[in-house]
Design a protein around this ligand. Sequence first.
Ligand code: GDP
Length: 448
Amino acid sequence: MSTVAAISTPRGKGGVALIRISGEDALQVCRKVFSPASGKDITEYPAGKAVHGYFYDKDGNFDDGMATLFIAPRSFTGEDTAELCCHGGNLVQEKLLKACFMAGAVPAGAGEFTKRAYINGKITLSQAEAVGGLIDAHSERYLHVSLRQLDGKMSEKINSLCNDLILTAATVYAFIDYPDEDMTDMSVPDMLTRLNKVKAELVSLAGTHKFGKAISEGIPTVIAGKPNTGKSTLMNLLCGTDRAIVTDIAGTTRDVITEQVKVGDVLLNLADTAGIRESNETVEAAGIKRSIKEIEKSTLIIAVFDSSSPLTEEDEELVSLLKGKEDRVITVLNKCDKECRAQSPLPNPIYMSAAKGEGFDKLQEKILAFAGAAEADTQDIVVSARQYSAIERALENIEDAINALDGFTQDIAGECIERAISALGEIDGRTAALEIVNEIFSHFCVGK
Ligand code: GDP
C-alpha cells in the first residue's frame, strides 16, 4: 500500500499542527523532511520517542518541532508511521505537508488512517466508528458510549451472542445429520431457550438506538403554533447558554436553517419555523402553513398554544394537522403566568411560561423521555444506524429460526441462525461488504 500523509489537526492557525505519515516508506519520508537537532539519524531513537529537530524542504530549513516514529505493527495503523509536530501556522503546515509529498508520500483519503488500522486488524469496524464518535462527541454520554465501544465492550457483547448462536447452529446441524444419535446435551426446548435469550438481548440493544441517534445526530424537531403563541421565546429558552452550532443540515433546502440545541445529553435539530428568521412572507404564510412541511419532516413536534386567550381556528388547524401523529407531539400551553382562558386541545399538555422559564423542567423531562432515555439506561448504546440495521436483520432471522424449530423444520432453522450470525458479524466487520466499509470511512475527514 502507498505511503500517505495528511494534516491531522484542524485546518487553520494554531499553536501546533500534527502531520501523520503512514505506510512502508514512512521512515524514509520522515528522514527526508526532518533532522534531529542532535545530528543523529531519527531511526537511531527508540520507537515512540518524541525527538526534537528541524523540518526541511528543497529550499532548506523552515521550522523546528518534534518527530515520533512508530514501527509496524506497533502503531495505530499497523504500518510504519511518523508523526510530525510543527508550529501551527497555515504556511508552515502546508510547507511541511508539501515536503512530505515531495519526499514520496501521497495525500491520504478521508478516514484513511483509521481505515488502514481496520484493514490491518488493529481495530474492528465498530471501534473505527467509535473513533468517529469520540471526535464528534459533544456530551459526556456520547463520549462515554464511544469510549466503551472503542474499548471493545460492544464487540464483546456481540461476540458472546454470536457464540451462543454458533453453538445452537452446531446443535441444530448435529440433530439433522445424526437424528438417531444422542449427539448433544441440548434438546429442542433448550435451543429455543437459548435463541430466546439472544433475541431478548438484541431487542434490548436495538431499543437503545433511538437514544443513540438522539445523542449523536439529534432529533429533527419543529416548534409549531400560530403566530404570537411564544414559539420564538421558547426557542430562545431552549437555546439558552448552550446555544450550539448553526448548521445547514445536509439534505435540507438551503433556506431552512437548523439550530442545534442540547437538552441534557440529547440534541434537538430545531427547524427555524419559529419566526426567528423574518421573511417577506405574509403573516398568514408565516404561521401554521409555513410549519406544515416541517411538521411532516420532523420526528418531534412541539405544539405551542397560548393559554391566555381562547383557542382560534388556526389552533384547530394545527390540531387537525397533528392527528395521527400524537406519539410525536409534545403539547405546550404557554403564557401560564397569565389568566388561563383556554383548555388544552390535546392530551397531557405542559403548562409553561416560556417568558419566565416556568415549566421548562417538565418540557426537558418530556423531551428526554421521547428520546428514549429510559430505555437506554444501560452502558451499551447502539449509536450507528449501520449497527442497528445489522441487529434488526439478526433479530428477524432469529425469529424465523424460532418459528422453524417450533415447526420442526430444523434445516431452515439452521440456515436462519447462520444468517443471523452473519448479520451480527457485520458489526465488527468480519462479514461486512467492501462497500459498507468504504461508506463508513467516507464520513471521516482527512487526517483521521
Ligand atoms: P411567536 O410568534 O410564536 O414566535 O411568539 P413570540 O415568542 O414572539 O412571543 C409573542 C409575544 O408573547 C411576545 O410579546 C412575548 O414576549 C410574549 N410571550 C411569549 N411567551 C410568553 C409567556 O410565557 N408569558 C407571557 N406573558 N408572554 C409571553
